[in-house]
Design a protein around this ligand. Sequence first.
Ligand SMILES: [Cu+2]
Length: 373
Amino acid sequence: MAFTIEDLRLPRRMFLKRAAVVGAAVPMAGGLIAAACSDGSGGAEAAAQVAIKTTTPGPDGSGGGAQVTATATQTETAELADWEKIDHDHAKGIELFLENIKSPLTRGKGNVELAPRMENGVKVWDLTCDELEWETVPGGFEKGRGYNNMISGPILRGVEGDRVRIHVKNNLKESTSTHWHGLLIPNNMDGVGILTQPEIKPGESFTYEFSLRNAGTHMYHAHHNSMDQVNRGLLGAFIVEPASGPRYQVAKEYVLVMNDSSLGYTINGKGFPATDVLTAKKGEKILIRWMNEGLMNHPMHLHGLPMQVMAIDGYPLPAPYLCDTIDVAPGNRYDTLVDCTEEGLWAFHCHILSHAESPAGFFGLTTVLAITA
Ligand SMILES: [Cu+2]
């Protein structure tokens, strides 16, 4: 049977199919979704107001037949055996992930491409470094820092040979500097605070200017108190296409910047279930640009299909290779192509499983590649 995008947009129907198994747990998830879709206040009330009428499963999970009416809160605390709680929490997470496809469950979206303005043949970008409250998962706010008030920062994209100028304004409560990670540039533009330039003090600005010499998937990030600043979100993608034209002929491109620690395990500033789904139609080829700005390795594993590794740190491989798990180390960038030949919802997650799943369900570095007919 053909799998369509509508299958993704009807999470409730999918969830109701699970009712026979999960029983009393179902309405709890409904209540949480209602809470998560609201403005974030009164979530507990919303959940408590979900009065349910359902069938209590018997001890063997087959359905005991007793009709009960209860609030979702009571259901969670009173009705579930340990193993049912694990199932329920996993189902709840997947339900939220599918709901997030239809309408985002968190405020704030990063990784938005920022077009440059042209000034006398120079591509110019303005970046601000901002303190922000960032919602990484529904209802979960963290003290983040971001370029232009987003995590990941805006995607900057140029072409080999471009002259570029980037104004960086520091709105932080501490000094910073901006490093252009992977780009071959003059030393005094390298952005290491104090080593190659004066640190940019609070309220001050610094202008970087250089030419783009090496195509590839690169990054930019803070390089002053960087363990804290980068980890809190001062990072972004800087993509340079070859002068001869785009390196890959693909239907879609995904830029996935991973981070960990201060804001939890995140892809583009969001942890599961708020991570973005990857979508493709059967037969399409997609490009995934992996970047790791975190403090740990993340071996990202794709179910069902291989990835072809085309470039590492922006440098094309003489012999691209196939794999299904790609260990992205801090600082590394990988260009991978996926031939989307098999329909389905293919899990895509870090295989250090403590970065992706717990008894409370999937979290962190987990997403799905959804391939539809
Ligand atoms: Cu990991």
